[in-house]
Write a protein that binds this ligand. Structure first.
Ligand SMILES: [Zn+2]
Length: 412
């Protein structure tokens, strides 16, 4: 096991304080810090210190896949780390997006190759052949849009938050309150010409302002505020209309949101731990100045109405250990949250099991000490630890009255 040196991605939507404070560095940082990448993604690998120099985790794994990944993971996923772990800090809303299924990704990747679209072209959708299920667990209160809301509820929301122009569309959805109706409405809105789009957006924002002024305790106040915020960040963007069709989730720290293939989503504000399959396949659906490929998006989106309920969490063993596992179906990863208390019952926990495969841990509160075969490593808050498959009997010890660690492994 070894500490990882992890790159930070400076996207414009990032926070200048969250990641710096997590890592105990001076805040605000000079630039927005959006994502801390802890993994072996070819675009931005983490690094391991090696006498005098450093080696990327990508190279370390390629050099000895048997020791780093172990036989189970190699057999199931090949000679690459199947997941990427991140800490994400959103100060401003990210674009609406969805990720393809494995089959869609394979088809799309081949199609774009045949068409001769370079991998780094701005209008390239498929960068690899993989799907990208993702799980986000909130570290702070976290706001997100995820999946299409039950259309009957959406009709109710729009009736309260908009005016005469929207009424026509509202009636359309009321007549066909299912995935077909959502698809029709989404397609109409995303292809509206500029002038009717502006008029419809004004109708919606005027409706939200009126609702907030007139109904001091109305149930749709959070949605109205969210839509006005998005309209301010993305004036004239049809994505704001789309946002009114999606579930608006406010996660508490520790709650997780799982995004399956085809689920339209956007992270709006907050800091969280995110784990995903090692893929770059993103289809944007609005709230972005970047390329939106409407035809491809329509091929991938899942319009079935859902609820954005937090992911179920279960205890790692019936005896009541300090580890809580997020229950998701993705084969590439399993994320758990470990809560330790230096003065209490759960002051240490064993995380090394035979055939656990590779593990990456990130300490999000307090600090921990990791021990393995006589070796000892301090993992301060904000630091990440790489545990190769060959390291067994790893034990984490709490460094403070409250130590919190997120642990990513390949699902068994
Ligand atoms: Zn995503």
């Amino acid at each position: 096991m070894q500490l990882l040196e992890c790159p930070i991605r400076n996207y414009a939507w990032g926070s200048r304080t969250s990641l710096a404070e997590l890592r105990g560095l001076p805040a605000p940082a000079d630039h927005p810090e959006a994502e801390l990448w802890m993994g072996a993604h070819p675009a931005d690998s983490a690094w391991l210190r090696e006498d005098g120099g450093r080696v990327s985790l990508v190279d370390a794994i390629a050099h000895d896949p048997a020791a780093t990944l172990g036989s189970r993971v190699r057999a199931e996923h090949g000679d690459q780390l199947p997941f990427l772990l991140k800490v994400l800090a959103a100060e401003e809303p990210l674009s609406l997006q969805a990720h393809p299924s494995r089959e869609q990704a394979r088809d799309g990747f081949a199609r774009e190759n045949r068409a001769g679209i370079p991998l780094d072209a701005p209008h390239r959708n498929y960068k690899d052949e993989n799907h990208k299920p993702e799980l986000l667990v909130a570290l702070t209160p976290f706001r997100a849009l995820a999946g299409f809301r039950d259309p009957a509820k959406t009709v109710d929301v729009l009736k309260h938050l908009s005016g005469p122009i929207m009424k026509h569309y509202c009636d359309m959805l009321a007549e066909q309150p299912d995935s077909g109706g959502l698809r029709a409405l989404f397609t109409t809105w995303i292809t509206l010409p500029h002038r009717p789009l502006r008029a419809l957006l004004d109708d919606l924002t005027d409706g939200c302002v009126r609702y907030l002024r007139e109904d001091a305790h109305g149930p749709f106040r959070p949605v109205a505020k969210m839509l006005l915020e998005l309209a301010e960040y993305y004036p004239g963007d049809a994505g704001v209309l789309t946002a009114s069709l999606l579930n608006y989730a406010e996660l508490e720290p520790g709650e997780g949101l799982y995004l399956a293939a085809g689920s339209l989503h956007a992270y709006l504000h907050g800091m969280g731990v995110e784990v995903m399959a090692n893929s770059d396949n993103v289809l944007r659906g609005g709230m972005t100045p970047k390329h939106v490929d409407v035809a491809e998006l329509l091929r991938v989106l899942d319009f079935s109405p859902t609820d954005a309920l937090p992911v179920g969490v279960y205890n790692a063993s019936p005896g009541g250990t300090a580890e809580f596992i997020y229950d998701t179906p993705a084969p590439e990863f399993q994320l758990s949250r470990i809560e330790l208390d230096a003065t209490g019952l759960h002051h240490s926990v064993s995380i090394g099991v035979i055939d656990a495969g590779p593990q990456i841990l990130v300490c999000t509160h307090g600090g921990v000490t990791a021990r393995c075969e006589g070796e000892e490593i301090e993992v301060p808050q904000g630091a990440a630890l790489w545990v190769p498959a060959c390291d067994r009997e790893v034990i984490l010890h709490a460094g403070s009255a409250r130590s919190q660690v997120f642990r990513a492994v390949v699902r068994a």
